[in-house]
Design a protein around this ligand. Structure first.
Ligand code: PRP
Ligand code: URA
Length: 211
């Protein structure tokens, strides 16, 4: 665990809401709302180093120099399906963010990712991309999504998940050493079916009520 390169978002509100999401009695409505709230809080944390530039403005009282966001434009890339549950919370903080979609599902037998959809903003190479998926388990889906985005020209990517397994973090560190990984928790391990232990179960099914 100590040699993993991962940034844990340990804000008390994030940790509290994650506990509620883990609980098996938490139903779809609450799960969805909690994921949206946590995503907003996590986005607040991961954007704390965004560059600012000075801007000359006029308040009702006087002229002044004030700060505004500078640097690259941003893009948000949810990995379908479960990544969709993280979109609204982030968009509420960064309303002008462009959104691309990468569709991958994990084959239940092989646990390998299968790509079925990709639609991105045309200028991905000029954007800082936040790739979101609640679960980083074997790392296969996230690694494939990140490779696909790089093939399409993306150069500046952050990966944000809610719960990670050590195996998944290791895969991203090895396959994509240039990409910063943020999560609320690195859990203990994967079980024989590739589920994170203790995790929170199947994020997509809990989010969309398809259990
Ligand atoms: C889940 C999850 C990740 C993936 C993680 O998606 O949302 O995308 O599994 O597992 P991995 O790290 O081992 O690749 P799933 O394949 O269940 O698809 P869904 O989001 O459509 O439910
Ligand atoms: N996908 C999920 O939704 N949950 C896991 O624990 C692993 C993969």
């Amino acid at each position: 665990m100590s040699d993993l390169k991962v940034n844990i978002i340990d804000h008390p509100l994030v940790q509290h809401k994650l506990t509620l999401m883990r609980m098996q009695e938490t139903g779809t409505k609450d799960f969805r709302e909690l994921l949206e709230e946590i995503s907003m809080l996590m986005a607040y944390e991961i954007t704390r180093d965004l560059p600012l530039v000075d801007m000359e403005i006029k308040t009702p009282v006087s002229k002044c120099t004030s700060k505004t966001l500078g640097g690259k434009k941003m893009g948000l890339i949810p990995i379908l399906r479960a990544g969709l549950g993280m979109v609204n919370g982030i968009v509420r903080l960064i309303p002008t963010i462009k959104i691309g979609h990468v569709g991958l599902y994990r084959d239940p037998e092989t646990l390998k990712p299968v790509e079925y959809y990709c639609k991105l903003p045309t200028d991905v190479s000029e954007r800082t991309l936040i790739v979101v998926d609640p679960m980083l388990a074997t790392g296969g889906s996230a690694s494939a999504a990140l490779s696909l985005l790089k093939e399409k020209g993306a150069k500046n990517i952050i990966f944000l998940c809610l719960v990670a397994a050590p195996d998944g973090v290791k895969v991203i560190n090895e396959d994509h050493p240039d990409i910063k990984v943020y999560t609320a928790s690195v859990d203990e391990k994967l079980n024989d079916h590739g589920y994170i232990v203790p995790g929170l179960g199947d994020a997509g099914d809990r989010l969309f009520g398809t259990l």
